[in-house]
Design a protein. Sequence first.
Length: 236
Amino acid sequence: MKLISQTSINNSVSIHYLDSHPDSDFSLTPLLICPGLSETAEEYQDLLEYLMTRRCIVLSFRGRGQSDTPRTGYDLKDHVADIESVVKSTGINQFHFYAFSRGVSYALEYTRLHPEQIGKLIILDYPPEHKAMPMDWPKDYIDNYLIPFNRLSHIRPEAVRGIQRESVQRSIKFSSEKPVLVMRGLLEGSLISNEELEEYKKQFSNLQIAELKNSGHDFRSTERSKLYKIIKEFAE
């Protein structure tokens, strides 16, 4: 499968994305993917291949992958604007939405603002909120995760510090009758508690829940094939 590598512009910030457009069946609703905190578009190529022939688009948020790294602009609204720029650039009018980890807060806020564009929403292991990060988080995250696991090219330290500096804690609450799938792991490390799952039940009347018993938070390392199968079946 040949992927198109493109960029959109969000107020002078270049946002990189991959698009499976040439090999797509246009009778199928496209899928837009919001990666997790330090993930890049390139890390989702295998999912795009698995979901052929549905058109899939995945972006690298600001400060990640091949996207620009501005000095400021790392709160919720800035990441939502990155999504808006990609949607405008690709010309998709309606799409399914899949988001993982911190990407969930960006996707939820986008859905709250643009409900008419969303067909189905797939949420993977993150509560309905945008989290502020503690003061000591950047150093710990960089020193104990990004450097040891060679991920400094995935998310730049400037972006990590910007996220801590600018992110404001807030719940993201809205009601919807759209089909929503919430997935969470049942092992230690999962980021959706029982109480947060109840909050999703209150917000979404057409809700499905999938719990992966052999996973904590990193589903693609533990149950990748099962995860991809669930995504494909729900999108269909």
